[in-house]
Design a protein. Sequence first.
Length: 256
Amino acid sequence: MSILKTENVVMQFGGVVAVDSLNIEVNEGEIVALIGPNGAGKTTAFNCITGVYIPTSGRVLFEDQNITGKSPDKITKLGIARTFQNIRLFKDLTVMENVLIAKHLHVNYNFLSATLRLPKALYGERQMKNECEELLERLGLTAVKNEISSSLPYGMQRHLEIARALATNPKLLLLDEPAAGMNPHETDELTAFIKTVKDDYHLTVFMIEHHMDLVMEISDRIYVLDFGQTIAKGTPDEIQNNDRVIQAYLGVQEDA
């Protein structure tokens, strides 16, 4: 069953077409990767899906609902969470505070109740804190929950960013280059972490990634962009043996 679909999405900036007639379908329970050279339009596609940009034309469907043009917070409430290529944690806040902020997306009390410390608000805050404690424990972050997020090792900051995304209770998790800047050991840890998170939280994962070992190991299907256009789609084996992908993305000559 399809959970995410783009229908002929075009994103144009002046005379530059960053995404051209994008048609992507992500099925429930899959891990799907979007790959391509720098400047191919991958992050622009993510921004169209998550409401950062409103597509010039075309539609984005989530669970068959048209979400084109909705604001990022409304899209997140529907069940789409994302991380960013450049880590965007609240650097001066603790691990727990970062996750708690995300959890506030689904509060069921208003500002007045919180200000007056009414029972409904107090109960809601306790419940959120308990849920965050459980989340951090399941993701192996309990030992650092009171640490300032910027003091964590780089790989652990990536884990925290994913934990913060999970705090919004998503159905679909978008990861924008989660292995960027990681060494091989950190990348191996992240690969296992993504698999665990996907299975434990019954998620669908759609990711942008340049690290081909990670992509080929965990992806069910792959889409390849070049100059904003889809040049290939298929299983990891099909993509690895696609001549157009090899030439456009991997930079290998035909006689190699």
